[in-house]
Write a new protein. Sequence first.
Length: 405
Amino acid sequence: MSSEDASGLDATVGKVDQTLHDQFNWYPVAKKDFKDAVRSRGLWVLAAIFTVVFIAPIAVRLYLDGIGPSPPDGGLGTRSIIELIYIDLVTLFLPLVTIFVGVAALTKEKSSGSLKLLLSLPFSRRSVLLGKVFGRCAVVAVPFLIAASIAGLFIAASTINLNVEMYALFMLFSLIFALVMVAIAVSISGAVSTTLRSVIVNALFYIYVSFGWNSLANGIGKFMFNDLGVSRALRWNTVLFLKLLSPTQAYKTLVNSMLTRFSDDVQPGLQRFADQWELPWTQLGPQQYSRYNLFNVQGSFFSQGLPTADKRTLCESIAGGAYENATITTNNQTNTVTVTTAEQTQTLQSAGNITANQTQMSTFCTGGGSEIPFYFSDPAIVLFMLGWIGVAAAISYYTFDRVDL
């Protein structure tokens, strides 16, 4: 870059900086917060931490073969590292980082007395709160993007088949999740009086949204159905809506929807049968599949699966799919699977190897129904997540504006 180009860029940056300074009263507060992080090297420490967190698990899988679960195809691709490593890593680790960044954003200023000095300048309490929120969001966003870029280069240079678009979308959703959580942490800091209280409230919020939110949603749905006598459809639509209000669940659903959209080999219609025999079938759409998978339909070691009536309601009312009862008959001589439903019988050639003849009854959720409503769609879920920033800031400002400093 020539000196003329550099000076032109500096002039453009200067104009943008001055415009923001003139238009937004919170901007100087955010700018100072960000510069303080740069001077204290906290920004670069965060970048290093994010980089290690993104790269280390992949490096362990690549160079210490056999550690951790293996992807279905036997190798590592973008989808497998996101599903097996990154989703849980982001949902558990990123909120802890945001608590560290935002927990003392305002309580430290209160205890040191610097907040009174700041408010003696031409800044309102609202401007200070917004400035702290935007400033700390920038403190997280910049090192996150640096680390995501370095990790992307590492993956591209390894034996992993990197899907750039899938990786970029995953990191975008992860960044949105991180910014939502840091805004909540800063808002909590503004709503309480001491750093200790901010730590406690942030920790309780983190534990609850990570591990307790689904229990509340399911409990409310159960109460509505058993005690209030609402329909199954209203029960499960309410439960889904409550689940998606959780920033953690909203993030996971967005990622799962995106992964399904990129995965041509996913057969959510026949579920385990399609996974085992690679059968062609009418698939649920990506958004339908990700919403349906928010529920423990088939059950697990710790809990039973749902009754058939609830499975049908989830399929038809939540996913907009078609709930099928079918007889599955396999033939190892012709390597075919015959699926008989109330409406049709199809004999499908299996790409997998069928080793035995067997007949079994099954039910599954396939496509062919209606699309999910807009308020359960991916764009709506992004709005739900961003709405947390506004709600948290509004509650924080209501408290912060009334306390005596």
